[in-house]
Write a protein that binds this ligand. Sequence first.
Ligand code: TGC
Ligand code: FAD
Length: 395
Amino acid sequence: MTSAAPAKDIYAPLELLDVDRLLDEDERDIAATVRRFVENRLRPGVADWFESATLPRELAKEFGDLGVLGMHLDGYGCAGTNAVSYGLACMELEAGDSGFRSFVSVQGSLSMFSIYRYGSEEQKTAWLPLLASGEAIGCFGLTEADFGSNPAGMRTRARRVGGDWMLNGTKMWITNGNLADVATVWAQTDEGIRGFVVPTDTAGFSANVIHKKLSLRASVTSELVLDNVRLPASAQLPHARGLGAPLSCLNEARFGIVFGSLGAARDSLETAIAYTRQRDVFDRPLSSFQLTQEKLANMTVELGKGVLLALHLGRIKDAEGVRPEQISFGKLNNVREALAIARECRTLLGGSGITLEYSPLRHANNLESVLTYEGTSEMHLLSIGRALTGHAAFR
Ligand code: TGC
Ligand code: FAD
């Protein structure tokens, strides 16, 4: 029997549970590298980017150099890490801001994965190395204004015109839409839903930035308009048939969110702990009051449980693949708890908590989007409900 690690005076929330001992050396190194990048390169700019609602385009290349774009894919310039490492990278990025994790999720798990899993060799060699290095940016157009939770009803249509395809329709809420060089667009055809690789300089393609967002401000969100976009037959993703294809891409991105959301929670909690230790109220540190400690302890327990859940799902994914309802379990719980943690941390900061000087309210605002995108919490409840009862209650 080995003895426990020596006790410390003060623990960081995840240190308390010794979560690191569940990771191997490579996983710890990847997390530490991404954390350093977030601290040195992203954290200094994030409040200004959030306030001005921008995400500098040059970050794409820097994410590419860091090796996080499509990092869990093999070949074509991708790092080929395991799923847990990808999850940990998402957690570190989202500790900076959900906008950074969103960029990486959409690029790696939606744009790149759709081409990697369903594309022709020609499509893969043309796009994946450029997307992995960040020289090109991708987006993923599934949602429409009237068909978000129910993408099966999409109205975007692809028709055959001679040997070509003609696409018409509008996609809504598309991350990276105005930054993208290539869009994966899902459309109805006479043979069912199909996917298309659309270079964004194709005539008839345009993107409009969605302004006045209160959430995910350090991220570009757009409407995509496809007005008689004519594409060669080779633009179709040859192996994607039916709604299951885009939904399988969502599994990849949702997995990243299972981990990522906890980064926002961890950063909020660490910020709140530091603040309450130096803030005096009624002549002593705010951290010394029982009500404060109850909040901090409850949040630490939920954060720790969330990380154990994420790692459990990551290990299953690396071993044999994780089922959609298991990902729903993780996304539902971890985003819900992360949002609750970020909000509770904001209360501990009092008035200071409403400015961009501190991260919790920025994280909470971002997590409102994370709760909605990649399947709303209601969709994930229904997915778990279906797995438990056999009844699909979506419609
Ligand atoms: P349903 O009949 O259940 O399924 C249709 C076909 O798809 C298969 N399938 C899946 N395959 C892989 N993974 C999954 N998670 C799957 N879920 C279903 C299913 O087996 C079936 O295959 P087949 O061969 O029998 O045809 O479809 P439904 O129309 O009843 O819908 C089910 C529902 C509601 C769960 C689905 O539509 C859904 O997930 N809705 C939510 C939509 C959503 O999440 N959209 C996200 C858009 S992308 C985004 O938000 C990016 S955010 C940016 C960022 O990440 O930062
Ligand atoms: P709706 O589907 O209209 O839902 C409204 C409410 O009704 C929700 O609470 C929902 O849970 C509930 N509801 C719906 N159906 C049912 C039901 N059957 N039973 C009970 N309740 C129900 N999409 C992309 O394709 N690509 C992207 O890159 C992308 N990026 C995004 C970025 C941001 C910042 C945001 C906010 C969204 C993004 N989305 C993207 C879209 C996102 O996936 C959708 O917003 C989401 O799927 C919900 O769709 P909706 O907004 O149409 O809401």
